[in-house]
Ligand binder design. Structure first.
Ligand code: 5AD
Ligand code: SF4
Length: 487
């Protein structure tokens, strides 16, 4: 029996004649069933199913959360659609950079137009952006057509809040400042049948001075190993071959648990799960990456040959102002050690340009690290000022033109070095997990190598979810075009 079947049974067991249970997740199971009654009645009245659309912005954590939202919406009786002109629309928002926020406001304007034409339409917002007081004030004042708002800490309460929204004509707003609760066993609909994200921890304690995440996702909380392992065993039984262990800083996993467990120890246990073929994880903070982890990766048959190791800056002065707690030299040493111990590993990174006080000389330091490490891929971002973070209050904000100049220079080096590094695999035959039909050319499949490099190769939908040997024929910068081979 799959995980959702078990949850369905628990839900069916709820008696709606009784008041809602006090404990979780039973309380939410009860409210899903309640929502189902209302939605069924509405849909009977309207003579058509009620539709719901879930839009996800932001990182892998949000993607996983959105799978939970969809799981709940489906169980409540909504028919999911990609079309935002639906009876219920929910945006799971991100706030890491200001452009993420602007996107939400822009799209809300469009939704408002749709809502005027469909009086049944209900609009919900959740996720990181909702944890900001200024955002809530703005929505209350200027976006009064939004019906439901909740944040990151109480996402597990979605069924109860949805019920309250369906029951009332007014607006439901429920934002928590923090939580120590981790609620297990709510329904989930996975985007991919063969791969899945798995939360290992929530929140972040690092307080990098530019970053809003610790304020919107709260303090670090690790899930218990037995809950994580139980979830992965279940996923493997459902046909999942690859898991991505998710946390803002997985290397500090286990620190707040009663029985102290390291991330490396957790990985050793995950490795033992039958049927599972690939293990990924993200994100690693360089300051916490242990030798034990490198050793476990090196010995593992299942952990993918990929490490995402955000650099943010190559200038020790800027790193210090960012509160990253490592120097340029320490980062380089770590990268060398990883490349030495695991030669076939790919290292990818995140870099911010335009942090307060950053000069073009600082960017040269970053470029120097990129030239030395030769990241297989690097995500480069222009610094975005986030209200409430220490960096936002710094007086020496970098002029946009300087930031842009540094950014363009860096991007060019990132592209050149990545191509050089990725091209080293040319001509090799390596296993790739076929993930989807290529959106540009339907005769091609898009697959992923253990080291996270993408390869497009001829194939059909029946191969999706399989790990196949693919000959890497032509390197196109960050990705390959290849051919599946019989072995
Ligand atoms: N401005 C620009 N980029 C940021 N990031 C986090 N906060 C900011 C910010 N204020 C980037 C970091 C992080 C990635 C997820 O987003 O590089 O690793
Ligand atoms: Fe965006 Fe950070 Fe929230 Fe992920 S955790 S959605 S990156 S703000």
């Amino acid at each position: 029996m799959g995980q959702n079947d078990e949850i369905k049974k628990l839900m069916e067991a709820q008696d709606l004649m009784l008041p809602p249970p006090g404990q979780e997740p039973q309380r939410q199971h009860y409210f899903i069933k309640k929502c189902r009654e209302i939605i069924r009645a509405k849909s009977d009245k309207m003579g058509r199913p009620l539709t719901a659309c879930s839009v996800c912005m932001g990182c892998q954590m949000n993607a996983r959360d959105s799978e939970k939202l969809i799981g709940i919406l489906e169980q409540a009786g909504y028919q999911m659609t990609e079309d935002e002109n639906a009876d219920f629309v929910i945006y799971n928002t991100c706030t890491v950079r200001d452009n993420a926020n602007q996107k939400v406001y822009g799209r809300l304007g469009v939704l408002n137009g749709m809502k005027k034409k469909n009086p049944h339409m209900r609009i919900a917002l959740c996720g990181c952006m909702m944890q900001e007081e200024s955002v809530i004030q703005k929505i209350k004042k200027s976006y009064r057509f939004v019906d439901l708002i909740f944040g990151t800490h109480n996402i597990f309460k979605f069924p109860e809040l949805l019920y309250r929204m369906l029951e009332s004509d007014g607006r439901v707003i429920d934002i928590w400042q923090s939580t120590d609760q981790i609620v297990e066993d709510l329904p989930i609909v996975r985007k991919y049948p063969f791969k899945s994200g798995v939360n290992v921890m929530f929140g972040c304690n690092n307080f990098c001075s530019y970053c809003i995440v610790p304020y919107v996702r709260g303090r670090e909380r690790s899930r218990r190993p037995k809950d994580i392992l139980r979830e992965i065993v279940q996923l493997a039984a459902d046909g999942v071959v690859e898991v991505m262990l998710l946390g803002q800083n997985v290397n500090s996993y286990g620190k707040n648990l009663e029985e102290s467990v390291s991330f490396a120890e957790l990985l050793r246990e995950v490795e033992k799960i039958d049927g599972l073929e690939r293990i990924r994880f993200m994100t690693s903070h360089p300051k916490d990456l242990s030798d034990e982890l490198i050793q476990v990766m090196k010995e593992s048959q299942k952990i993918c040959r990929h490490l995402h190791l955000p650099l943010q800056s190559g200038s020790t002065r800027i790193l210090q102002a960012m509160n990253r707690r490592y120097t340029k030299e320490q980062y380089l040493e770590l990268a060398w050690k990883i490349r030495r111990e695991i030669p076939d590993i790919a290292i990818t990174t995140d870099i911010i340009v335009g942090f307060p006080g950053e000069t073009l000389e600082d960017v040269e330091e970053t470029i120097d690290v990129v030239r030395q490490v030769k990241f297989e891929n690097a995500f480069t971002f222009l610094y975005s000022k986030r209200t409430g973070t220490p960096a936002a209050a710094m007086e020496n904000q970098t002029p946009e033109a300087v930031a842009k100049e540094g950014f363009d220079k860096l991007l060019k080096v990132v592209q050149d070095t990545a191509r050089e590094r990725v091209a080293l695999l040319q001509g090799q035959t390596l296993p790739a997990l076929a993930e989807e039909v290529n959106s540009q050319d339907v005769s091609l499949l898009t697959g992923r190598l253990s080291n996270n490099t993408i390869v497009h190769f001829p194939g059909d939908a029946s191969m999706i979810g399989k790990i196949m040997d693919v000959r890497l024929e032509a390197c196109h910068g960050f990705y390959y075009v290849g051919k599946a081979v019989q072995v």
